[in-house]
Design a protein around this ligand. Structure first.
Ligand code: SF4
Ligand code: SF4
Length: 311
């Protein structure tokens, strides 16, 4: 997920679980876990875009701004017991939590205390559900961005969704961008490559040790993904979130710079300042970069051929 984008944690559109269940009898069986939809965004790629957020991630970044999208709900019931307004209940037969939006006070207790870094709010949706959501705004947007969580974990679903968009007579003008952490095997990229206009990935560190400290995982697969997508001319953006004390040493930035310079100049390179707003309380010890931190990183990362956008 884009490091700046704070996902609205409750749905911006009304969606009745009962309606979805009835409709889905007639729809394809393929479903995805969707944590939210923003019908109009100007910060998730070029133009005005609809953004679809998928639940579940295979990294656990210290600075994650949407940590409730990392895990899947296991119906433990903790949020149901602790909701101060009794707005949640377990629907055991359908293996889901039902949320009463009319009594919810948006206190976020359920999200802050979920042991799985999950949420009672995400929904199972079919390709047909999403297509009908896109049809509602098709005349006002220039494209679709899918984000997460880690969206490519649901690549089979994405392939079907993208084919449905690109073969739809009224939607095929929409560009498709994929916002991914890159921790994905090559075969998953190949499933969707032909249907995607561009991928936006992060490089969180070059050193595998530093990467593990930031995300809990090593980065060999991510570096391979960046190289692979660039070789296919599908990498549209590469972002680095500057995390003081982790990835801002001179040595680390120099190796990241060398890696960036090896990529096509057409790939947009973005340096993102870590912002603490929205990250989990236990990681509030992280510090935001100073102007000097940013200036030192820019000096190393930027070159005549490789311009850097700082946000
Ligand atoms: S959202 Fe979290 S706390 Fe609530 S039932 Fe699911 S796993 Fe348990
Ligand atoms: S946000 Fe608060 S009131 Fe709403 S469902 Fe969660 S715990 Fe209950």
């Amino acid at each position: 997920m884009g490091a700046l984008c704070l996902l609205p944690i409750r749905w911006t559109m009304p969606m009745s679980t009962n309606v979805l269940q009835k409709e889905s009898i007639h729809m394809s069986e393929l479903q995805a876990n969707i944590s939210g939809i923003i019908k109009s965004s100007v910060i998730d790629g070029p133009g005005n875009r609809m953004v679809i957020f998928f639940q579940a991630c295979n990294l656990n970044c210290l600075y994650c701004h949407n940590s409730h999208t990392i895990g899947l709900c296991n119906l433990c019931g903790l949020c149901v017991q602790n909701c101060p307004t009794q707005s949640l209940k377990i629907d055991a037969s359908n293996k889901q939590i039902i949320h009463n939006a009319s009594t919810c006070t948006h206190c976020d207790n359920c999200l802050k205390n979920c042991p799985e870094n999950s949420s009672p709010f995400y929904k199972k949706m079919t390709v047909e559900h999403l297509i009908s959501e896109i049809e509602e705004v098709k005349d006002f947007i220039s494209g679709i961005t899918v984000s997460g969580g880690e969206v490519m974990l649901q690549s089979e679903f994405l392939k079907q969704l993208f084919i449905s968009i690109k073969t739809h007579p009224e939607l095929n003008h929409l560009s498709i961008l994929v916002d991914s952490n890159g921790n994905i095997d090559e075969n998953r990229w190949n499933q969707v490559l032909d249907w995607v206009d561009g991928f936006m990935l992060d490089i969180k560190a070059y050193s595998s040790d530093v990467h593990k400290k930031i995300t809990g995982h090593t980065n060999e697969k991510i570096l391979n993904s960046i190289r692979y997508l660039d070789s296919k001319n599908k990498l549209s953006e590469l972002r680095l979130v500057l995390v003081p004390g982790y990835n801002n040493s001179k040595e680390e930035i120099e190796t990241i710079s060398g890696f960036m310079q090896s990529l096509s100049p057409e790939v947009r390179k973005v340096l993102i300042k870590l912002r603490k707003h929205g990250i989990r309380e236990k990681y509030h010890y992280l510090s935001e970069p100073t102007q000097l931190d940013i200036a030192q990183a820019v000096e190393i990362l930027e070159s005549d051929k490789h311009k850097l956008l700082v946000i």
